[in-house]
Design a protein around this ligand. Structure first.
Ligand code: SF4
Length: 248
């Protein structure tokens, strides 16, 4: 009888500990949500930007290019591929097809072979050819410089257009939201969204237009060097005293 009583007492102690732990976890989650929500203000955005700008004074576009055509090609190739890999491929590509007119007449097989190592090479070759044809036929061989004209080109979405507009034409039309920018923006509490277009809208609301291009360079740099996916170096981070995810 005594043993049964002891067992049931142990069970009830265990259960009440479980309930307490659950409640504690809930409080923790709620506190984190509160911290995250409190960071979506221009005051935090300004401070984040200031600290990142100081930490990465040389931040810039990592894709090697000399003009809009080259950056457009490199950005199309960078989908699902590292910038380092793209930079290994583009010198030979630009030498062989130095402009949109040349690329429009490229042999599809040779182009695919050239870009094979960047992945999804058949789709990318199709996009590059389509883009080059449209640039030649609709814009006289020159890469257009408006969001509407750029996103009308085959294989060019808002992100690619933002890269070209911001880095070649000096136009801050939007914020480039890649995986680093999306991930860090959520970790830092600047957005709760997961859709890149909605994340971009949140960032555009929080940061002044003149900072939009640099903002994505800074977040990408920080995401590569410090706030690394799955192993963020909170202790080395210049944002740790502000970031709501610093303790996680
Ligand atoms: S404190 Fe941590 S989670 Fe926040 S930005 Fe820095 S490394 Fe990333």
């Amino acid at each position: 009888m005594k043993t049964v009583k002891k067992r049931s007492k142990r069970r009830s102690v265990k259960q009440s500990k479980k309930v307490k732990d659950k409640a504690k976890a809930k409080v923790k989650v709620r506190a984190k949500e509160k911290r995250i929500a409190s960071r979506a203000t221009t005051a935090y955005a300004t401070e984040y930007y200031r600290l990142l700008r100081a930490a990465y004074p040389d931040a810039k576009c990592a894709l090697h290019h000399h003009d809009a055509y080259e950056l457009l090609v490199a950005t199309i190739l960078s989908a699902q591929c590292t910038d380092v890999r793209v930079n290994m491929v583009t010198p030979a590509l630009f030498k062989r097809w130095p402009n949109a007119t040349a690329l429009a007449h490229a042999d599809r097989g040779a182009l695919e072979e050239m870009i094979k190592s960047t992945g999804f090479f058949r789709n990318k070759a199709k996009s590059l050819e389509g883009m080059a044809h449209a640039v030649v036929e609709k814009h006289g061989g020159r890469v257009p410089r408006t969001m509407d004209e750029l996103t009308a080109l085959p294989g060019v979405g808002r992100k690619t257009a933002n890269v070209v507009l911001g880095n070649v034409f000096g136009e801050n039309d939007g914020v480039v939201v890649d995986t680093h920018v999306a991930r860090l923006s959520r970790l830092m509490g600047l957005t709760r969204e997961t859709d890149p277009v909605k994340i971009e809208q949140d960032l555009m609301r929080l940061f002044p237009r003149e900072d939009w291009t640099m903002l994505s360079h800074l977040l990408i740099e920080h995401g590569r060097k410090v706030c690394i996916a799955n192993r963020p170096k909170h202790d080395e981070c210049v944002l740790r005293h502000l970031c709501p995810s610093a303790e996680v």
